[in-house]
Design a protein around this ligand. Sequence first.
Ligand code: ATP
Length: 442
Amino acid sequence: MRVDNSRDRSFGRCTNISIRNQSTMRTRWQRLQQHISSCCRWCCSSPSWPSGPASTELRKRYKEMEASYEGIVTLQPNSRGIDDYFIKGPMLGQGGFGTVCQATPTKRAIKAQPALKEGKGYALKRVKLPLRDAEIEMISKSLLGVSPARMLQFLKVIGGPEATQQHVTRNLLRVLEIPHTMHIAMDLLEGPTLRDWMMENKARVPEPLAADLTTQMLKAVHFLHRVAGALHRDVKPQNFGFTQALRQDEPATLQLFDMGLVYVLPEPIVEATAHELYALGLGGTMHWIPPETWAGYSGACSDIWGIGLILHVLLLRQLPFGLQYCEDRDAVYLAVKECGPVQRVSGEASAEALQLVQQLLSKDPSQRPSTAVALQWPWLRTAQASSPPSSPSPLSTSRRRTVAAAAAQRQVQLPAETERWKERSFWHSLMLKSSDFWSKAD
Ligand SMILES: Nc1ncnc2c1ncn2[C@@H]1O[C@H](COP(=O)(O)OP(=O)(O)OP(=O)(O)O)[C@@H](O)[C@H]1O
């Protein structure tokens, strides 16, 4: 069914946007929202796997996929554990949903997934699965919503070599430790996250570099939409990372990682579907959620909003719409709901750069350029051609990121108590995790 946006006029003009009717999914999602806050309190105190339909289906799906894809392993209780597959190293980071450590694959892991290389370091994310069936249904919404064949297609794309070329961190092996843990082995990002880099570099980013980073982010999202056929739903600086430690005068490669909220679509996005919205409910990280997602809808154009916000921060060192003043969910919701066009701050960025920011941050998602259109934006080309290639300045701390190094960077960079509240809350918004949002949800 195609409908206009009349169901929620408060979010502005959304004419000509088709919304796929997924009413059953929506009802299910609304029901599941009651459980969202408890997602952050997943625990594995009970040794038994829940026996409801969603968990049975999930296990069945994994078993089916394991049989035809080397990127999946399921481990039964009392059989082998993750330690038979990876030798764990230092912690790399902790998100709201998982902890990530460095790890090298054992022969067994390489046998399971030959793309893993002996002696090479990978990032291993450990996610505790919920024990309640409703929560399993919620986090597996995407997995259970498409056919196993389609899901396999998606996993193969994000585990394949093209992902690396297209600025997406490869997900190589998923190990489901029944009953309670999922491990995901990814390529290791050796440089800082974009958030850590932005926090260390206080100056505004020169336009050629901002254009280069924006192009890389757009390419990543374009690949996810058009080739992998999925929506990311959590585009923010915390989810982009540099593949290598940053060095003066060396170009830096940015990659999109953290597929935790990814929604796999039945088919890849094409230009004709780039503005379709799907009733997926509310999801993402507070300050980075676009207007239509607050109203329960997301589409490819919703991922564009996050890139617009990042570009705004790169160019102007602040979030638009007064978002940096917003400390809670209601304030963020109101700021986005009431937002108008991005204001031009004269002298701070070129008119051409601001024009792209304004388009990416159109309140009406149908007015946002698709990734294909944005990648052709004249400013992205002219800005990069206008000066010799610039590179992001290296961070002062350790080249290889470890939790200690990242924490040290943050400690050094977080503004002191005496500094303005505005700036403190801006940095605070960059530190938020998607789970912080949910834990504060009603
Ligand atoms: N491939 C990787 N290479 C290096 N470090 C990584 C990698 N993936 C994740 N990390 C580190 O682990 C941290 C947490 O990872 P991730 O963002 O995937 O967790 P999350 O629980 O989904 O987070 P969030 O709650 O923000 O969505 C990241 O901020 C990053 O520092």
